[in-house]
Design a protein around this ligand. Structure first.
Ligand code: 13P
Length: 340
């Protein structure tokens, strides 16, 4: 049993060479992913897929923690070992997504606020009993005509800080995730401006609500142009803009920043992280907490076939290794071809 020391566990989550696998897709999101490979989203198929990821030999060299969904934290491997124990035995910290999703924000057209605070203290106590060591809460900030409003950013930041304080009270490391979406046609400068304001308001709230910065992990978006923006930026430009924004707004007491991938391809997400880690020295660890960018090729290689589990695991192991190398700026794009 790993002790619930939030400072030690936060440092472990962002330890050099390793990063976090976000495998906490809600029932609706995992259904979309399984639909994409023609697999029915039954409880057992979801379990089989997560088992494939968690039993990948050697993944622990590059994976420090896994974020689980409620259903998964209660599931076990074929031999009956609970997933939380299986992970802990491999020196991988199990974590749990505790928010209840982004819902329409009252009085705003098209913006969202993340729910899930009611009864959270009691749910956290149960998650501790089930073996969780950290938590995740995702806030969603959309960029569009006239949005985001300050109201939306403040409502989300307030909820993030309330969640973070409750998690720390329970001995769980909160992953604080204010995600500025990359949908839309805005340019990188607009993303920088919104990301900077979002981080500023979020850290104000974290301070107001007495969150211990040494015992948390920040999970932000990278600063990117919108997917539909006509002018896309180079890997170096994205890296420089993202690091500049974080330097302005993230206190040095935060042990680590673990990016979401947010719709980037697997190779883009790795290349961006690698370039950022080449811009050091930095005040915090710069790591990954990818969902799609760690799983897309593994899902494709597996395709739901029992005889393709090894192929799915090989694809996941490869992505974990590439991102592990990007933690120190040692990744090169030709390593993708060598593996193919
Ligand atoms: P992506 O890396 O697919 O954006 O997912 C990370 C995550 O956990 C979003 O909440």
């Amino acid at each position: 049993m790993t002790g619930l020391d939030i400072v030690a566990n936060a440092a472990k989550m962002v330890a050099p060479g390793r990063g976090i696998l976000a495998a906490d897709e809600s029932t609706g999101t995992i259904q979309k992913r399984l639909d994409g490979i023609g697999v029915e989203s039954t409880e057992d198929n979801r379990r089989a897929y997560r088992q494939l990821l968690f039993t990948t030999a050697g993944a622990e060299a590059h994976i420090s923690g896994v974020i689980l969904f409620d259903e998964t934290l209660r599931q076990a491997a074929d031999d009956g070992t609970p997933f939380s124990k299986l992970l802990l035995d491999k020196d991988i910290l199990p974590g749990i997504k505790v928010d209840k999703g982004a819902k329409d924000l009252a009085g705003s057209l098209g913006e969202k606020v993340t729910e899930g605070l009611d009864g959270l203290r009691e749910r956290l106590a149960e998650y501790v009993d089930l073996g969780a060591t950290f938590t995740k809460w995702r806030a969603v900030i959309d960029i569009g005509a006239g949005i985001p409003s300050r109201y939306c950013i403040e409502a989300n930041a307030h909820a993030l800080a309330r969640y973070a304080a409750l998690s720390q009270e329970a001995g769980l490391v909160p992953i604080v995730e204010p995600e500025v979406l990359m949908d839309g046609d805005h340019d990188i400068e607009r993303c920088r401006e919104v990301t900077e304001e979002t981080l500023q308001v979020t850290f104000d709230q974290l301070a107001n609500q007495r969150v211990l910065l040494e015992g948390m992990v920040l999970k932000p978006n990278m600063v990117l142009p919108g997917k539909k923006c006509a002018s896309q930026n180079s890997v170096e430009e994205v890296a420089e803009m993202t690091v500049k924004t974080l330097r302005r707004r993230v206190p040095a007491a935060v042990p680590g920043i673990a990016f979401l991938s947010g719709g980037q391809s697997e190779e883009e997400a790795t290349a961006h992280l690698n370039a950022m880690n080449g811009l050091g020295p930095l005040p915090w660890e710069l790591s990954f907490s990818y969902g799609r960018a760690l799983q897309a090729s593994a899902l494709q290689a597996w395709g739901g076939k029992a005889d393709a589990v090894a192929a799915g695991q090989a694809a996941f192991a490869h992505r974990a290794k590439m991102n592990g190398l990007a933690r120190s700026g040692d990744y090169q794009a030709d390593m993708e071809r060598d593996a193919a």
